[in-house]
Design a protein around this ligand. Structure first.
Ligand code: CTP
Length: 395
């Protein structure tokens, strides 16, 4: 968001309290945020909160001392995006019918920037045909309307009408401001570890946290792809806007990957799959016994190799990862060849600043034609964009 000018318009609904966290998220990510409020919004949260968080004056009154005379015109024309959140039924109606009777509604009417509208209200109000019609009008005029969430509302009823969480509005904004160069493409990403049960309380797994795979899924979604993420257990929240399929074992991952593989243009296998699983998983907890015991392990299917075989019949770009602690280049190149990949992303997981759990990564991209490209140390989000940039050249 560095260098982006974002206007956040807050109207008078109880969800106005969530706007503080959202402003903080945008500012933290480098955006210049200016906040406009309606008189009713001020009944819920004080402008001072947003002035402190954004470092900019909050404007609410067209004729008040806080605004220069032309800011109702300039704000919406100088910014990259105007976000109205929460947008009340009343404000949505004013937008749909061109009513400009305060600073925020006038600024919206004069705006040339893209617009993101986040309705938030009681579910009966949200489902009222008048509100539905008004939202349709906004969409027909090219505005982006974000579906409200469902659940318990502040008015103690249940249903649609909840303002989406600040992180989701932030992510939707990232999508709107990103180049949509993967639009129309379907991408399947796997992430995280698999876990192979020994008995009801123990399992074999690995140190994968899923960060790299989740960063790839998020970046692909931002860039317009339709993304399915198949993930082993992690502590991460599924990225906004992706189809999420949670699995535990390698066998479940194989099944889920093949259920979702059809029609995909790109498959990226960032998951760390257990190569072996216990031959039998005990139904009851194994009790402590002799000084040593043996665990009988059998090999799991190599999902990536199976996908590589399938590529001949149903082509797609297939990208694998290689987690290595020695002979990085040779081992990764061998995996590329053996599994029929278009590209392999090799990382040295013995480094502290790369591989499992780190927020940064340093990778070697190895292509089918033998080319090797080394990245500098980057955040996993940056590495994800680099990988997608390179995949684009292979399409
Ligand atoms: N992979 C897979 N199924 C497996 C094992 C690995 O799909 N049973 C995929 C991983 O998702 C990754 C790539 O194969 O994209 C390489 O995984 P890695 O663990 O680095 O190597 P392995 O092929 O398992 O070989 P080794 O453990 O001997 O290094």
């Amino acid at each position: 968001m560095k260098g982006k000018n974002i206007i956040i318009g807050i109207t008078g609904g109880i969800a106005a309290y969530k706007a503080a966290e959202r402003v903080r998220l945008f500012v933290k990510d480098g955006a210049n945020v200016r906040v406009g409020m309606t008189e009713n919004a001020i009944r819920f949260v004080a402008p001072l909160t947003f002035e402190a968080l954004s470092g900019n004056r909050v404007i609410r009154d067209m004729f008040g001392s806080e605004g220069a005379s032309m800011e109702h015109i300039t704000w919406g024309q100088e910014s990259d995006l105007v976000i109205i959140a929460p947008a009340t039924a009343n404000f949505i109606a004013k937008m749909a019918h061109g009513i400009a009777d305060d600073f925020l509604s006038t600024m919206v009417l004069a705006a040339t920037a893209r617009m993101l509208v986040c309705p938030s209200m009681n579910s009966r109000m949200y489902e009222n045909p008048a509100v539905k019609d008004n939202l349709r009008i906004l969409e027909q005029r090219g505005m982006n309307v974000m579906e409200p969430g469902e659940g318990e509302l502040a008015c103690h009823t249940e249903g649609p009408g909840r303002l989406p969480e600040p992180e989701d509005i932030f992510e939707q904004t990232r999508i709107l401001l990103s180049p949509q160069d993967f639009s129309g493409l379907r991408i399947l990403v796997t992430a995280g570890p698999t876990v192979e049960p020994i008995d009801p309380v123990r399992y074999i797994s690995n140190r994968s946290t899923g960060k790299m795979g989740y960063a790839l899924a998020r970046a692909a979604r931002r860039r317009g792809a339709l993304v399915t993420l198949v993930s082993g257990p992690t502590t991460l929240l599924p990225p906004y806007g992706v189809i999420f399929r949670g699995i535990r074992t390698a066998e479940e991952m194989r099944q889920t990957v093949f259920d979702n593989r059809q029609g995909c243009d790109i498959v990226i296998k960032a998951a760390a799959v257990s190569d072996y699983r216990p031959k039998e998983s005990a139904h009851k907890k194994i009790k402590k016994g002799p000084a040593s015991i043996l665990l009988d392990l059998v090999k799991n299917p190599d999902i990536l190799a199976l996908l590589g075989d399938m590529k001949k019949k149903s082509p797609c770009i297939l990208v694998g990862f290689a987690a290595e602690t020695e002979d990085l280049l040779d081992n990764a190149t061998e995996k590329l060849r053996a599994k029929n990949l278009d590209m392999v992303v090799a990382n040295d997981v013995s480094r502290d600043d790369a591989g499992f759990g780190a927020d940064t990564n340093i990778v070697k991209l190895i292509y089918e034609d033998g080319r090797v490209e080394e990245s500098p140390l980057m955040t996993k989000d940056e590495v994800a964009d680099l990988i997608l940039d390179r995949i684009k050249t292979l399409l």
